[in-house]
Ligand binder design. Sequence first.
Ligand SMILES: [Mn+2]
Length: 167
Amino acid sequence: MPGNRDFLLGSELLGACGVALLDDPTVLQAHGRRVLLSHGDQLCLADVEYLHFRAQVRQPAWQADFLTRSLRERLDLARAMRHASRQHQSDPVVWADVDPAAALAWMRETQCSDLVHGHTHRPGRHELAPGLQRLVLSDWEVDGPGDARAQALRLSRTGFEPMNLGV
Ligand SMILES: [Mn+2]
């Protein structure tokens, strides 16, 4: 499931990695539960600037134009996007969290009891309504300058089990 900047993920790379692309959101049915999986960015409604960027880079015309540029230009643009994202995250005023009403609407629409997402860099668990929970995974950083973190969730018959991978 692509995140902020991997919007150009193509079938060639997915095939080479043996990875299946998931729609965002995707309903996972397992162990008697309906779990809604999402990157989470579409639910951060107050992050207007990012949502505008998201809509732009997912347009086929924008992507086609991007791919006509040289590798050098594409790398420069990617670095600029990464930098802008880091700047954006460091500003707590504009760094929006998931909108609870929007999350509930998605869950009711898809009849899911659990929503699992990342994106917000605010790992945790939130009760949205009785029997409806939102599970937030950390971002992953295992070899960068910050504290190492790489959360995952394992779902089994007994429920969700948080896991810390590779740290
Ligand atoms: Mn993200």
